[in-house]
Design a protein around this ligand. Structure first.
Ligand SMILES: *Cc1c(COP(=O)(O)O)cnc(C)c1O
Length: 431
């Protein structure tokens, strides 16, 4: 039996052959990613050994969760791997937005200002901060907000930052990943330069990095470049697909402690919090996270190369440096966005028979189409895609627990475009 015959159960010969021609061009690129994964695998292994992860760490507690040695081992592992003093890694943190909320509200006080220096924050944080009026926002508690856009070339605007750092600027935030915007993702090295700049101007300021989607795409994390806190979601990269829920805050003892008093309660902090049997998932997922992230990254590069060659605008380009797992493809055609998402859905291990349609999602101005057939609901380290139904009709693709799964997802998306007559067979042959 050949690869071609098994792929034949999903896509046409033309689509498969086109995919294989793309694969041939990506060898060197994939080798670089494997090297990063290999390094990070050993980094995580060492972190676990140094944290004394033992069989007893795999159990969990209920109720108050006092003396949860597994939870302590998980948090020590994260702190070790990311070269930080302490960590808060909990199933009580529901998602990335929640983790960021806990980190911000624990470390800011009334009268202080939060300054984002990577442009406007990720959408869900607008209500957290109070950029969009919202009950319980930081603004309601007297914390003000300002931001500095990145320059047109996607780099930090150092003059702008200098002008905006004031007496009451207490926390500077940097978003590593582009999220669903068009600016480039920031490398950890560039983030490090900005942190040094900010700390030189005002040593007392704390720097938080929204690390979502960036973990393990490089050899180091922003904590190794002076970030006081890095924050993310366990249903993205660091959960390795096995964490069914959770978020993390890793950083200085002070920042993590401040955050812990918001997550539980003042006076309780990190001492409480049952892990409900999830320590094993957290540890095993973290152990697999470097290779899972590498697979997702390869999938993103494969997607970029597949659609770039067909003449679509992709961001980042297949050959560009890459510091997160998100891939944008712009179709300038609503039908193409729908076809793409249908292909991704049809490639899912769960809910493959469901057909996604655009719908009016709360919080969005335009209908959005989403494709996800995941073991963990909403997990975006698993194969997923979404796109707002508005010009220029861009679809955002991410994840895949293995590269092979991301690959078939992309090929099936292309198959749907071929079936819809948007990409012709001739074009596949010529490209
Ligand atoms: C996903 C993401 C978030 C929010 O995460 P949720 O888990 O969806 O709440 C915040 N910032 C960035 C950059 C993200 O990618």
């Amino acid at each position: 039996m050949s690869l071609k015959s098994i792929y034949g159960k999903f896509v046409s010969d033309e689509v498969f052959s086109y995919g294989e021609s793309i694969m041939g061009e990506l060898k060197e690129r994939f080798e670089q990613i494997d090297m990063i994964a290999e390094y990070n695998q050993q980094k995580v292994l060492k972190a676990m050994q140094d944290a004394h992860v033992g069989e007893a760490s795999l159990g969990g507690t209920s109720g108050y969760g006092y003396n949860d040695i597994g939870r302590d081992a998980v948090e020590k592992t994260y702190a070790n791997a990311f070269c930080a003093e302490d960590a808060l890694v909990r199933p009580q943190i529901i998602c990335g937005t929640h983790a960021l909320t806990v980190a911000l509200s624990g470390n800011l006080r009334p009268g202080e200002e939060l300054l984002y220096i990577s442009g406007m924050p990720y959408d869900t944080l607008h209500e957290v901060i109070g950029i969009r009026e919202s009950k319980g926002s930081l603004a309601e508690f007297g914390v003000s907000f300002d931001f500095v856009d990145l320059k047109a070339d996607g780099h930090f605007d150092y003059d702008g930052i200098k002008n905006k750092i004031k007496d009451n600027t207490a926390l500077v935030a940097i978003q590593r990943s582009r999220g669903y915007s068009t600016r480039p993702t920031l490398s950890v090295e560039e983030i490090g330069e900005a942190i040094s700049f900010v700390k030189k101007l005002k040593p007392s300021v704390k720097v938080m990095v929204d690390n979502c989607y960036g973990e393990f795409t490089e050899l180091k994390e922003p904590t190794e470049f002076g970030a006081d806190m890095i924050v993310g979601s366990l249903i993205k990269n660091p959960g390795g697909g096995l964490a069914p829920v959770g978020g993390y805050i890793v950083g200085t003892k002070e920042c993590v402690e401040n955050a812990s008093f918001r997550l539980s309660a003042p006076g309780l902090g990190k001492e409480l919090g049952p892990t409900l049997g999830l320590n094993k998932n957290f540890l095993q997922g973290f152990f697999l996270a470097p290779t899972v992230t590498a697979g997702a990254e390869k999938g993103a590069i494969f997607a970029a190369a597949v659609y770039e060659k067909l003449g679509y605008s992709v961001n980042p380009a297949s050959s560009s440096p890459r510091y997160d797992i998100i891939q944008a493809v712009t179709f300038n055609d609503p039908d193409a966005v729908v076809a793409f998402c249908k292909g991704i859905q049809a490639a899912a291990p769960v809910d493959s028979y469901v057909v996604p349609e655009p719908w009016d999602m709360p919080g969005y101005d335009d209908p959005v189409i989403m494709a996800a057939g995941a073991f963990v609901s909403g997990s975006s380290i698993e194969l997923s895609a979404d796109g707002p139904m508005r010009a220029p009709y861009t679809v955002y693709f991410q994840g895949g627990l293995t590269f092979y799964h991301a690959k078939i997802g992309i090929l099936m998306s292309l198959q749907k475009l071929v079936d819809a007559g948007i990409v012709t067979k001739e074009k596949l042959k010529l490209s």
